[in-house]
Design a protein around this ligand. Sequence first.
Ligand code: PLP
Length: 419
Amino acid sequence: MRMAQTLLTPVIDTLGARGLVAPARFAARAAEEVVAVDNAHRAPSGVMEVPSRLLMGPGPANAHPRVLAAQALPLLGHMHPPFFKIMDDISEGLRYAFQTNSKYTCMISGTGHAGMEAAIANLVEPGDKVVIGNSGIWGERVAILAQRYHADVVEIKVTPGETFSYEALKQALEEHKPAVLFLVQGESSTGTHQSLAGLGELCKKTGTLLLVDAVCTMAGVPIFADLWGIDCIYSGSQKCLSGPPGASPFFMSERAMEKLKNRKTPPATYNLDLNLIGDYWGWFGKRSYHHTGPVSTFYAMREALALVAEEGLEALWTRHQEMQKRLWAGLSSLGLKPFVEKEEDRLITVNTIKVPEGVDWAALTKHAMDTYSLEIAGGLGPTVGKVWRVGVMGFNAKPQNVDLVVAAFKDGLQRQGKL
Ligand SMILES: Cc1ncc(COP(=O)(O)O)c(C=O)c1O
């Protein structure tokens, strides 16, 4: 915003006396004009405060205090050897969490979407046929993304609340022989869990890379990258990993790396070029600068992955499963029903609960927030107005939180005379 008044000496004198103008020492460079600073937007100020909330929606979940504390540690340079050690710890922690021996693990700097875009931009070449399983908004979004990277997209769909059968996927693979098959393991908009059983083997037969979104499943439900023949996984830090949003755990197989190395054209993104990011993560030996790694975010992820390793994957998966059972025991006692009909299709980490006839879903979520500082989310995409979504993820997956969610539903339904 420019002030109409130019910097004339008398103006400096009068405004300067009122503290409204840059002192004369801020000399204008040649041909630049320096005027009195417009203070209309001079904000924010003071120490920030935020309300404390229990985040039991589809994410972010509350971060573990150890993860938050790690973020407050002093900064290191992004090319300093002690920081490289932290990056190596993260890579190793991801090998454990993804159950892989691949050297190609890293955090993509950015949220789950950055991992999503990195996967598509690097592993899909213009004109490649890509089969995308659309079981909710995330498949839909990846289809849009892949089109932007000039893929030949074949979208296959199921009714929201259902998953793809092995037979349907086999047929799609045999018919299209795509370069990539994309599936969402945990579709958080519908609350479904896509089985990946046997797909890696099928994909190898048709020369297809298997790409999986594990944003809301990683560390909450089993995934075995090597055993299941998955070629690329991206995830998010803010769900079962109990971290803040901002980092996307990422994995690629040797097969995926071969595809990347043999591309006819470089990926159309510089920011998310995995050749360059891989250089920064030391995949190919000597490290080189690509971007300034978000130092504090990587600290957080190192700590989140340490928590995963300390608890152990089996214990983590069991804890999530037990808390989901506890949630449904409570919700069922209130007469509430799951949106996903088949039990084996129900996602453990993000649960979709049918809104009963005549209930104002938004009033219930508002009451939970106003009364208990508790986030219960509504639906998303195909489930808007039809469901509530409750996350049972990471640090939040514990009995007292689940019990509070059930109590808030009880209270909310009673207030609407529905119980
Ligand atoms: C299944 C799934 N995929 C992708 C995303 C996108 O992740 P982000 O919001 O971190 O970019 C989300 C976010 O909720 C998700 O649930």
